[in-house]
Write a protein that binds this ligand. Structure first.
Ligand SMILES: [Zn+2]
Length: 341
């Protein structure tokens, strides 16, 4: 009995000193393990002769064993709670600290300008239809009034897949598709990539971007064409920009014109960029040729229309005063980041 009491005191003292789960494990082995004092004491039970004492002694040992188990359990909970609290303190996040900056990508300047142009025409009620990249020669040439002998059809100017299929040389073939599938009034713009067999230099690449415009309705005249394109450049560049139309030739428009705008760099005073003329050539346009209308079964006595084609790289180069088209495709971030809004 005395030994039980001694053991009880020893246990209570030791448990107080336990500071970790490892210590607690050792404590458990020491007092409840196979070689523990409790087990030794249990072995002594059989030596007690008097039955009442035997019972009492056994009861005491059992109580002590239960007590140890309870103490271990409580200590385990206490240590575990302390561990969790410490972990929470260590992993505390200061939500007031400024975060790491994430570098988002941005639109390529060509996409940016193209979107600007599309927005202007959409605001005027134009529908957007993406251009094709591959056409058969009927759409790319014949339907656009480009005869068999025209130099644009030459293999030195156009990428042919076979005799009948080409990479589009302009966004103009979409005019034909749209007119084949829709009755006037027609009012669309059609952006897309176009391909020409050009040597690469500071103003030429074999692929570039265009946007086509087409309007067909009753009583459409050159006046409507001029008014529309004049409004467009004033929106795109500056309200003080002046436009001028020079006669030109395209097989699919008649009359045809090239539209110039007052030089971006000198505002029309004359400089190196505009070769002292004060004007810069911006786009090609004209009234849809009656032959083109007739080919898609639109009565050219009842309906008329205008069309235009805009080179996106050309606009971007003029607007941002870039003197080499290749910069758009070299993917140099130092160049591209200049256009980040
Ligand atoms: Zn100029």
């Amino acid at each position: 009995m005395e030994e039980i009491e001694k053991l009880n005191i020893e246990i209570l003292e030791e448990i107080k000193e336990i500071k970790s789960l490892t210590d607690l494990e050792e404590f458990k082995v020491k007092f409840l393990g196979k070689k523990s004092k409790i087990i030794d004491l249990m072995k002594n039970i059989k030596n007690i002769k008097e039955i009442n004492n035997k019972k009492k002694f056994g009861q005491k040992i059992n109580d002590l064993k239960n007590k140890i188990e309870l103490l271990i359990n409580d200590k385990y909970c206490e240590l575990n709670l302390a561990f969790i609290e410490q972990k929470l303190r260590d992993e505390n996040i200061d939500i007031t600290l400024p975060g790491n900056k994430i570098n988002f990508g941005n639109l390529h300047p060509i996409s940016y300008i193209l979107n600007e142009i599309i927005d202007i025409f959409v605001s005027m009620g134009y529908r957007v239809i993406d251009s094709h990249e591959i056409e058969n020669t009927y759409y790319n040439f014949d339907a656009l009034n480009i005869p068999k002998a025209h130099p644009a059809r030459d293999e030195n100017d156009t990428f042919y897949f076979d005799n009948d299929h080409v990479l589009v040389t302009a966004t103009s073939p979409m005019q034909v598709h749209v007119m084949e599938n829709n009755n006037p009034p027609i009012k669309i713009v059609s952006p897309g990539k176009v391909y020409r067999f050009d040597e690469i230099d500071s103003t030429h690449t074999p692929m570039f971007n265009q946007i086509e415009g087409l309007l067909v309705d009753k009583n459409i005249s050159m006046k409507d064409l001029k008014g529309t394109l004049d409004f467009f450049v004033k929106k795109l560049i500056d309200k003080n920009v002046k436009t001028r139309f020079r006669p030109h030739y395209f097989p699919f428009t008649e009359p045809s014109a090239e539209m110039d705008v007052t030089c971006f760099a000198c505002n029309g005073k004359g400089c190196k960029i505009c070769k002292n003329s004060g004007f810069i050539e911006l786009l090609g346009c004209g009234m849809v040729h009656p032959n083109v209308l007739e080919k898609v079964n639109i009565d050219s006595d009842k309906f008329s229309g205008f069309a235009f084609g805009i080179g996106i790289e050309r606009i971007a180069m003029l607007k941002y005063q870039i003197d080499d088209i290749r910069l758009f495709y070299e993917n140099n971030l130092k160049f591209l980041e200049q256009f980040y809004a």
